[in-house]
Design a protein around this ligand. Structure first.
Ligand code: SF4
Length: 337
């Protein structure tokens, strides 16, 4: 829901100040439309239904994986594609992977989103409408900004949306903003976001050379500088930084690369998520054996490390695989959050 447009309408009607909050509270609780907002005058409900679209996004397609993961393709009012994912876990967790941009201007080589045409930054309302869509399906409790786009390139909207997520049921501690290391945004995030929102760094390579090959952003903002900023986050906020490391067969998964990664990371500051990767053309995924050996090195170096569970394998709902393809595909899925 475009909250600025909503406020405009309420002000034009000289509605009391609390109306906007009332409407938002209903939406955040997962109602299906204005008609269900029973403490609003009926006439106002009818008018809003005609004047302020209940969502800024239209659902274009929804796919459901065998494990319950749901991937939704939305369209913005001006035709841009946006994908978001609901992941369902056996322990009851319901986690959302939200997009901050339509497409992405950073062309990480392993990422399907980076290969599609960049559309634009999403507004805070468009980000929240992804979450509200799934909230209308069931209660949700975790969110990661790991969908389409680099959140630090659209920080104001991301932070504005993240600040409203607790109303939907997702606390700040259960909200994670991920970055590939876009330093100007990361610096602002560290300085300005005082809420206990978590930070994740998509690292993916233990050396500057390999990282630049996989992620061109590294030429602009080298890993050493990015890690320094993560350290500053830890010192300021006393919260660990999650390191995302996608396992690409024969590229970044050798034992000596695990040692190099262990040398880079302070176990007090970082926690590593190893992410099995499914082949999408350019790279192969690492074998289970290679992942286990890699993790073994990190374990011995006492770097906290986990191998991420895979969700939505059959609908390409993974981080790095959101590409708003016109038809359902079955690439197999490496990641979840
Ligand atoms: S990994 Fe993230 S930053 Fe890189 S291209 Fe994909 S969406 Fe953009």
């Amino acid at each position: 829901m475009d909250r600025a447009l909503l406020e405009e309408h309420l002000t034009a009607r000289a509605e009391p100040d609390y109306r906007g909050t009332q409407v938002w509270q209903w939406a955040a609780r997962g109602v299906a439309g204005y008609a269900e907002m029973t403490n609003l005058p009926a006439e106002l409900r009818a008018e809003l239904a005609g004047e302020v679209p209940f969502s800024t996004l239209e659902v274009e397609r929804e796919e459901k994986a065998r494990d319950g993961t749901v991937k939704t393709l939305f369209r913005t009012h001006d035709g841009h594609a946006v994908e978001a994912v609901l992941m369902r876990y056996r322990d009851g967790r319901r986690s959302l992977c939200l997009s901050s941009q339509s497409g992405c201007p950073l062309t990480c080589t392993f990422c399907a989103t980076g290969q599609m045409r960049f559309g634009r930054n999403l507004t805070a309302s468009e980000i929240l409408d992804q979450a509200l869509h799934f909230r209308r399906v069931e209660p949700v409790d975790h969110a990661v900004f790991m969908g389409m786009g680099e959140p630090m390139l659209n920080l104001d909207a991301v932070v504005e949306a993240a600040r409203s997520l607790p109303d939907i049921g997702i606390t700040h501690r259960r909200t994670t903003v991920s970055t590939v290391g876009w330093l100007p945004g990361l610096r602002r995030f560290v300085d300005e976001v005082e809420e206990p929102v978590r930070l994740a760094l998509s690292l993916h390579a233990p050396t500057e050379e390999l990282r630049s090959e996989l992620m061109p952003v590294n030429d602009r903002y080298p890993l050493a500088d990015v890690l320094e900023e993560c350290l500053r986050y830890f010192e300021l906020r006393r919260r660990k930084v999650f390191v995302e490391y996608v396992m690409l067969g024969g590229v970044n998964d050798r034992v000596e690369q695990a040692r190099a990664l262990a040398d880079l990371l302070d176990p007090k500051v970082f926690k590593v998520n190893l992410i099995p990767y499914n082949p999408t053309g350019m790279y192969a995924g690492s074998s289970r054996k290679a992942i286990a050996a890699f993790k073994g090195v990190l374990d011995r170096a006492r770097i906290p490390a986990t191998v991420r569970l895979t969700r939505g394998r059959d609908i390409a709902a993974a981080c790095g695989q959101l590409a708003a393809r016109p038809e359902p595909v079955a690439l197999g899925l490496p990641l979840d959050s």
